[in-house]
Design a protein around this ligand. Structure first.
Ligand code: ZN
Ligand code: ZN
Ligand code: FE
Length: 741
């Protein structure tokens, strides 16, 4: 006796070859029926013997296509129709929009094989893609995810592509961006200083420019990059000078894994990330003999590496190439052609362009590997907009922080964390923030009922949140960090939260940043903190770490105190004139870096701390100690660590050992502080968050110290510990607070 079953599949099931997969699965089992996309996902009707239908459902759950994520599958009985055959029906745009747009995926092996096969019609074609790979989020304008709703809408398929698109047995069946040299996007090379040469193929000419040491702007997947040969000191220096980027290390794209191994010592987990479909930049341990120009990443022990993730990159990159965002210093990455030509005109010698528009600007993601797992530093291309689980509740828009901004929209237990927006301090990023929110609301059909924001009154994200005139919740910055770590781990708390970062607005009006909390997703108590010190000059103290050394009151005979303005700044700190108090751990790193002569002025956020980590000798075992006094909240004397560093400096202990002892001392004080909180509360889980925990040496020492002391340790795996993860924490708190206790 045959039965007919209606099946609804939700998750990442559109644009990933789900319908052909369903078609193949059903016909293989001799079932009849239909499959289609609608705004909520995929709908299926299958008819046949109950056993075969059971096998069919099993296959849906256990063997979905490469990029699919099935997160909900519901079934209901239907009346038997008795019709033969299995058909794929068109998309239905009505109804709720709950289908999930896939993330952009690196070119698959099948497509690469075609691209390299002289007999294939896509031989050498820089836009080859299929259902298992290619652009998705960056080209989607609306849902359902169908070609007319993407930036491929303007390219009419040729007969051959249309046949593949319509053939359920083909790898390109219903692959929305399918195209070929006859019908798809094409490359052009624009060299402002030269006459156009119609005879020369743009790709060959672009490779020639790179080889000759030119700065090449390349239109990629989520925006423009600037590329130069990584082995050429003069090319890298020219890029730095024109981009106004003095020291911040550049990432390098290498042609293949062998080239990656020649530059960095890679773990299995790092190699898996480098070669996987998401293809982030992986910060890995650099080999001392890496053949790179010094200016790529001067002095660093780590190097950001990535492998080609579009066919264009595979064709262009034949040796290590610096690949950096196409922008001037802190502006957002350029992603529209006219804008790129204008903004990058003073930087690039040539432009490798194509005519497939980029709808959403998306930077490369950046990750590190900690204990064999991903530790995100920037979550963007290749990850966005994959949803993260979050407690169920009314829809929330969380507006994030000021620096490294992301926003987050929630519904039905899913959090849609945005791509990396950047620092909300200019008109361009603010516009990207506002447009991004509008786009996400539309794509995921979310009408927020509650707005979550940082309490800092001067953040543009806060101002935006309060202008919406909806019920709003201010989530303290460090509470949001810890909540983000909890949500990242699917843990409700309460936990001992250790939030170390640059600065965030505290509930007492001072700037926090070296915080020990007892926190869950609902609220927090400040259990302890670094002893506050003045920040002479406010924001100036962030740019000039030597000011923090002055604020901490280091002896006058140290080299750092030699500058003419030192006495003025000491006086500012003493009198508290334009010197807000801060308990920031980031600023303590600054003070130590300045005292050690590592860095007294920074060109990018966190530079002093990053360089201090790079200088530290990981084999050094000794640790400084810091006194903890008082209770609820207790105070940690950060100056103890600094004074110990000064003593060692006078005793001519090498800077590498001092830097390591300082790191080890912070790890030790975290264990000490957490043990006090455990004694009082009985809590034995510690969540580590805040930008300071991107420091691998500190994270590793702290986590192993806590583990040895019997604590469970939560670290970040899906969202960054820095302010890029704040919006998820805000959303988790706002969602949880709506529910009864
Ligand atoms: Zn493919
Ligand atoms: Zn075609
Ligand atoms: Fe922060």
């Amino acid at each position: 006796m045959d039965v007919r079953m209606g099946v609804r599949v939700e998750g990442v099931v559109q644009g990933v070859g789900f319908r052909p997969f369903v078609h193949g699965l059903a016909t293989g089992l001799g079932l009849s029926g239909l499959v289609g996309n609608d705004a909520a996902g995929v709908f299926i009707e299958v008819e046949g013997a109950p056993d075969e239908i059971g096998r069919f459902l099993d296959g849906l759950r256990t063997r979905p296509p490469r990029l699919a994520v099935v997160d909900r599958l519901t079934t209901r009985r239907l009346d038997v129709r008795g019709r033969a055959g299995f058909t794929i029906v068109g998309s239905d745009a009505s109804g709720e929009r709950r289908a999930l747009v896939p993330w952009d995926s690196a070119t698959c092996d099948d497509c690469l094989r075609e691209m390299r096969d002289p007999a294939d019609r896509r031989y050498g074609y820089p836009f080859v893609n299929c259902t298992n790979c290619g652009p998705r989020f960056t080209i989607v304008k609306d849902v359902p995810y169908d070609r007319p709703n993407t930036t491929m809408a303007g390219f009419a398929m040729c007969g051959a592509c249309a046949a593949e698109y319509a053939d359920p047995a083909d790898r390109r069946f219903h692959a929305q961006p399918v195209c070929c040299p006859a019908c798809g996007p094409s490359l052009t090379l624009h060299v402002p200083a030269a006459e156009p040469d119609a005879a020369c193929d743009p790709l060959t000419a672009a490779r020639g420019l790179l080889a000759a040491g030119a700065v090449l702007a390349v239109k990629g997947l989520g925006g423009y990059h600037l590329a130069v040969r990584a082995a050429s000191g003069s090319a890298v220096a020219a890029l730095r000078a024109r981009k106004h980027r003095e020291d911040k290390p550049f990432a390098v794209m290498v042609p293949d894994l062998a080239a990656a191994r020649s530059l960095c010592a890679l773990s299995g987990a790092e190699e898996a990330l480098l070669t996987g479909p998401r293809r982030p930049i992986v910060l890995a341990r650099r080999r001392p003999d890496a053949a790179l120009a010094d200016a790529v990443a001067a002095g660093g022990r780590h190097l950001g590496l990535m492998l080609p993730y579009t066919p264009l990159h595979h064709l262009l990159v034949t040796e290590p190439v610096v690949l950096t965002s196409g922008n001037v210093s802190d502006e957002p990455i350029a992603h529209r052609d006219a804008e790129a030509l204008e903004r990058l005109g003073g930087i690039a010698d040539g432009f490798l362009l194509h005519d497939r528009p980029i709808h959403t600007r998306t930077d490369d993601s950046v990750v590190r590997v900690f204990q064999g797992r991903t530790l995100p530093v920037r979550r963007s291309r290749g990850y966005t907009p994959e949803p993260l689980p979050i407690p169920e509740g009314r829809p929330v828009l969380a507006c994030g922080a000021e620096l490294k901004n992301t926003f987050c929209l929630t519904r039905d237990g899913r959090a849609f964390l945005s791509h990396h927006i950047g620092d909300l301090e200019n008109y361009e990023t603010l516009r990207a923030f506002e447009e991004g929110i509008a786009h996400f609301r539309r794509l995921f059909d979310i009408v927020p009922e509650i707005i979550a924001h940082d309490p800092h009154p001067e953040y543009l994200s806060t101002k935006y949140a309060l202008d919406l005139e909806l019920p709003s919740i201010a989530v303290q910055h460090h509470h949001a960090h810890i909540a983000s770590c909890l949500a990242d781990n699917g843990a409700p708390g309460p936990v001992i939260g250790v939030a170390f970062d640059g600065t965030g607005y505290g509930t007492d009006g001072t700037l926090w940043g070296g915080e020990f909390l007892v926190a869950d997703l609902r609220g927090f108590e400040r259990a302890g903190h670094l002893a506050p010190v003045p920040m002479p000059g406010g924001a100036a103290a962030i740019r000039e770490p030597w000011r923090m050394a002055a604020a901490y009151g280091v002896p006058e005979d140290l080299p750092v105190a030699g500058r003419p303005s030192w006495p003025t700044v000491v006086e500012m700190a003493r009198r508290r004139v334009n010197a807000p108090l801060t308990s920031s751990m980031g600023r303590l790193f600054d003070a130590v870096a300045a005292v050690l002569g590592v860095r007294d002025r920074v060109n990018y956020e966190g530079q002093a701390a990053i360089e201090l980590e790079q200088r530290a000798d990981p084999s050094e075992g000794a640790a400084y100690s810091a006194a903890i006094t008082g209770s609820a909240p207790f105070t940690v004397a950060g100056s103890d660590l600094l004074n110990a560093a000064v003593t060692d400096l006078r005793a001519k202990v090498p800077v590498s050992a001092i830097a390591a002892r300082f790191h080890n001392g912070i790890a030790a004080l975290v264990v000490d502080a957490a043990s006090r909180i455990r004694e009082r509360t009985g809590l034995a889980t510690v969540a580590l968050s805040g930008g300071v925990f991107q420091n691998m040496l500190l994270l590793e020492r702290t986590a192993s110290g806590l583990t040895a002391a019997g604590f469970d340790v939560l670290t970040h795996h899906r969202v960054p510990p820095n302010d890029g993860g704040i919006s998820l924490g805000q959303a988790a708190v706002a969602t949880t607070r709506q529910r009864p206790q």
